[in-house]
Design a protein around this ligand. Sequence first.
Ligand SMILES: NC(=O)c1ccc[n+]([C@@H]2O[C@H](COP(=O)([O-])OP(=O)(O)OC[C@H]3O[C@@H](n4cnc5c(N)ncnc54)[C@H](O)[C@@H]3O)[C@@H](O)[C@H]2O)c1
Length: 325
Amino acid sequence: MADEVRVACVGAGGNAQGHMARLAEIENVRIVGICDLVEEKVQQACAEYEAAAYSDYRAMLDEIEADAVYVSVPPFAHEDAEVLAARKGCHLFVEKPVVLNMDKGYEIAEEIDKAGVLSCVGYQLRLLDSVQRARRYLATRTIGMVSAHRWGGLAGTPWWRVMDRSGGQLHEQTTHQVDLMRYLAGEIAEVYAQYSLRVMSDVDNLDIPDAQGALLKFHDGAIGMVMTSPMMRQGGGVSDLKFLVEDHVLEWQIGGNVMMPDDEPEVTAEPQETMNIDEAFIAAIRSDDSTTIPCSYRSGLQTSAVTLAANASARTGKPVEVPIV
Ligand SMILES: NC(=O)c1ccc[n+]([C@@H]2O[C@H](COP(=O)([O-])OP(=O)(O)OC[C@H]3O[C@@H](n4cnc5c(N)ncnc54)[C@H](O)[C@@H]3O)[C@@H](O)[C@H]2O)c1
């Protein structure tokens, strides 16, 4: 039987519950501690997984023997859980976006490097077979332009609509598309963004823009654009990611196919069985080999560097260079 992996969870909200359910499916993984500020969520999750309940992650990290720690809290709530866990030698799973300010991200990245623990960020789309096929296809071709849209509805969690809690939709949610742009087309060097609040000022406690556009310049000269909005209160949505590749378009759709020219052999390749992100992280811990992990903390932080640069650009009205993490 595979070695037991003991997991402690900081945050027991909607997303963490998904991770816990997937972890519980993996042979010989045990959730040993769960911490959340909301008592009811902790009690419910601890009853289900027979874990010890905490309202303070510092106490949990002090008392619990864990091999890995999941940090699934809103962007503003990343304080010292990652640093304390890394110092204890725990491998770290951190949800995207990993921070709200880059200084905190650098501090955490350095602690992870110093401790030599594995890290994984929740950019699970990288694991999709369609993304892997697109990556192989694009690796040998010249990308001219990249565009992404994410037009949808407002997320239900109250912190999401507050700029200094979530960082806005581009940073919090459309980070997935920005991450795929980096993963498939290479690093982004500079961002110029414009934001506006057009129609959602009637929503209580909302101060995020409801229209965000960012023009991106990639290191190799490719040009990108990302447009995002949560205005669609009646439902529906638009979500796309397109690459203008030499003389044709590669379009990636979430859950769908990658469309490529008819003569491209990879189009007909059978979908592969891919691990989910929790299986990939646990496999890396068991083998002490990071190759199954789709996104390290530093790579996740690089995606945040792009969207935080966009936020700075929208504030100043000037293009902003993206730091190399
Ligand atoms: N990878 C994905 O596709 C994906 C999907 C959904 C959410 N997420 C990310 O997961 C994170 C959490 O999102 P969510 O939807 O679960 O939000 P949520 O509001 O449902 O849950 C967040 C939980 O964190 C808890 N929390 C906040 N500060 C804490 C602290 N100091 N100690 C312990 N608990 C604390 C809150 O009480 C809350 O229960 C966000 O960063 C979000 O972007 C990722």
